[in-house]
Design a protein around this ligand. Structure first.
Ligand SMILES: Nc1ncnc2c1ncn2[C@@H]1O[C@H](COP(=O)(O)OP(=O)(O)OP(=O)(O)O)[C@@H](O)[C@H]1O
Ligand SMILES: [Mg+2]
Length: 669
């Protein structure tokens, strides 16, 4: 064994995982046991001690944020040593890289567009004109599921049984053709296409296998079937990889992730080495015990132990709130009092919730109390209409075949190109199987419209061509600002919106362009290069990237995966929310329990839960019950507040809440 990397303390199984290079390795361990640390240190070990070229190593993380953090950590470990060429990114970013380089083999341009789910929804809506919105969403969902399960339109059609499946299978084929015509891919394609590429082009596969000679995968439990195939094809017969994961934290089943991939590994790789880690370095014993108690109610895939020697720690607190307004107020007050008392930083606190819509009240109270916060996993900055307007221009600069971007850009702001002209253009382009942009320049189209109609259209296209030429060479920020001035976007906003709304929208556009300018400078990227990067930010960690100032973190439980905070407020711990009502109906409460486990194990020192007696939804107030998971945490919970403390709800099932009542009796009310 070679000498340890000069790294911080590591326990023996962690070390073993880092030094093991004889074949495929799976590290299976509970939350906070240092799985991610193993990956980071193994990268440093491979570069520093084994002399591997960083360009031959790829680490795959679950979010862009995690990738950035890992990149920084590796940089620190190598103390200035070079990491040039090292790949640390998400599966989707890796997919973009592969596709960009190999686009030709798939019949794509390297500057293909990446459509988000709203763009894709519009395609499905066009394809299924007489169908209601809910059905269109179901179709979109089914098609995405087929893609993740690697089913072709033909297979989907052959297997479709219900009416909606038949409808979706039909839409799937046209949808795929439409995307191709736009030179666009959706998020699922970012995995599916590279996978197919490697299956169909052994030479290209060999090239990538030789390039990425060692692979490390974090959060392995949440890979889907297609990602698993891609991984298999990338690592090839040498199977040099380290995957780390925790079956108890599998929380993306609803999106097609499959814990079976954990079970599949030993089957597909008979020489797979398995290492378990048992010491948790994150949380106090109390927090860990509560987490273990909860997850103990799930059926086990693998038997795991997890302990902590960080001391017993502070009591876990629970607050029963009158309603959701009171909950937000009480959490923010408690947070401020605690911060004041302990002189901690805002960034020591996280408020975690099951669903995005829960965030709004907390935002309001944080804002009213001038508490800085950042939000992740929420409605994205990048999904705001004004940002999507600007992004449409960027997409069009990068890929002139992107018809949806063309239509949005040419009509926002309006520039004299009317609906009739666009319709004629669409018809002509459809007949000729070319993009709208290309059609505009064709003689055949010119003959179908008047000069008055053609002129503004050509001016627009030539404008895009001119900006594109600049965008290929000049700094991103300058080109973007000049373009915004040229299209008169600010004035258009103020013409179309009330002043306050326009102020806010223009503020967002400026923030976006400054961020892009900074990113262009830092990464030495042109506006065109940045366009695909922006599409990816849309995915999971939708928050503004450069928000590393001292702020409270607001996050969904899903987006908090892998992260840790000194103090965690887990809010809305109610039946119907966590577990979510849909999962209770569909019998997938185990996944919700894992989500609860993820939530509890984000806390290092202090965990605070809250739930409401009533909750306002729309104009109505509804009664609420505490989540079953609270009772499952065990007796070590100090609960305060609420009428429920004195007289538990009669409707509450006796067995389920017997435990809870005990606690309420002993709690301080
Ligand atoms: N051997 C060790 N000694 C001291 N601290 C450690 C050790 N291993 C890990 N840690 C610390 O414990 C915390 C949890 O580690 P890490 O995030 O790698 O765990 P994880 O298993 O990836 O957790 P999760 O399942 O939540 O992703 C981190 O703060 C990490 O720096
Ligand atoms: Mg981790």
């Amino acid at each position: 064994m070679s000498s340890p990397v000069p790294l911080h303390s590591l326990n023996p199984p962690q070390r073993e995982a880092i030094y093991y290079l004889d074949g495929p390795l799976l590290v299976l361990a509970g939350a906070g046991s240092g799985k991610t640390r193993v990956i980071t240190q193994k990268i440093a070990y491979l570069i520093q001690e084994c002399g591997m070229n960083p360009a031959n190593i790829a680490a795959i993380t679950f979010t862009n944020k995690a990738a950035r953090e890992m990149q920084e950590r590796v940089g620190q470990l190598l103390q200035g040593g070079s990491t040039a060429g090292l790949t640390i990114c998400t599966f989707h970013s890796l997919g973009v890289r592969i596709l960009r380089e190999e686009a030709k083999a798939l019949g794509y341009k390297p500057k293909f567009s990446i459509f988000d789910s709203t763009d894709c929804y519009s395609i499905f809506a066009d394809l299924s004109a007489s169908v209601d919105k809910a059905t269109i969403r179901s179709i979109q969902w089914l098609v995405s599921g087929w893609k993740n399960a690697m089913k072709s339109p033909d297979q989907a059609a052959a297997e479709a049984k219900s009416e909606i499946e038949v409808l979706a299978a039909k839409a799937y084929r046209d949808y795929a053709a439409t995307l191709k015509a736009y030179q666009a891919v959706d998020f699922d394609d970012l995995i599916l296409l590279p996978m197919q590429l490697f299956q169909e082009h052994p030479k290209i596969r060999d090239k990538w296998q030789n390039r990425l000679r060692y692979l490390l995968v974090d959060e392995y439990q949440d890979t889907n079937a297609c990602q698993y195939q891609l991984l298999k094809l990338l690592t090839g017969p040498r199977a040099m990889f380290t995957a780390v994961g925790d079956d108890d934290q599998a929380i993306y089943g609803w999106r097609g992730a499959d814990v079976e991939n954990l079970r599949g590994l030993p089957r597909d790789y008979p020489n797979l080495k398995l290492i378990m880690l048992e010491q948790n370095y994150r949380s106090t014993a109390r927090i860990l015990q509560a987490a273990n108690n909860v997850i103990g109610n799930n059926e086990k895939l693998f038997e795991k132990k997890l302990w902590s020697d960080l001391g017993h720690g502070e009591a876990i607190r629970g607050t029963v709130c009158r309603d959701n307004e009171h909950e937000a107020e009480s959490v923010v007050m408690k947070l401020l009092a605690d911060k004041f008392e302990k002189r901690s930083k805002f960034s020591d606190y996280a408020i975690l919730y099951r669903s995005n819509h829960q965030a709004r009240l907390f935002e309001t109270h944080l804002r009213n109390n001038r508490v800085p916060y950042v939000m992740s996993g929420g409605t994205s900055f990048f999904e705001k209409s004004e940002i999507k307007d600007v992004i449409a221009y960027l997409r069009l600069l990068a890929n002139q075949d992107d018809d949806p971007a063309f239509i949005r850009a040419v009509t926002t702001p309006k520039r004299g190109v009317g609906g009739t002209t666009l319709e004629a253009l669409g018809t002509y382009a459809g007949e000729r199987h070319i993009s709208l942009f290309a059609a505009a320049f064709e003689e055949g189209f010119a003959q179908r419209v008047s000069h008055r109609q053609l002129e503004p259209l050509l001016q627009f296209c030539e404008f895009i061509n001119r900006v594109e030429q600049r965008a290929l060479r000049e700094p991103a920020g300058e080109v973007l600002n000049d373009m915004l001035t040229a299209i008169g976007y600010e004035a258009w906003l103020y013409d179309h919106e009330e002043t306050r709304a326009a102020d806010s929208k223009w503020g967002n556009v400026r923030e976006f362009s400054q961020w892009l300018a900074g990113k262009g400078e830092k990464d030495e990227k042109t506006l065109i290069d940045l366009t695909q990067t922006i599409a990816l930010i849309n995915m999971l960690d939708k928050q503004n990237e450069d928000s590393e100032f001292d702020a409270v973190q607001l996050s969904t439980l899903h987006a908090a995966k892998g992260l840790e905070y000194k103090n965690v407020f887990l809010v809305g711990v109610e039946e119907g929310i966590l577990p979510h009502s849909s999962s209770v109906e569909s019998g997938t409460v185990e996944e919700e329990r894992r989500l609860m486990y993820v939530g509890i194990t984000r806390a290092r020192q202090h965990l605070h839960l809250s739930w409401c007696e009533k909750r306002k939804q729309g104009k109505e107030m509804y009664p609420c019950e505490p989540s079953r998971f609270i009772a499952e945490m065990g007796n070590d919970l100090r609960i305060s507040g609420g009428k429920a403390a004195a007289e538990p709800d009669k409707a509450t099932s006796k067995a389920r809440f017997a435990n809870l009542r005990n606690m309420l009796g002993s709690g301080e009310s």
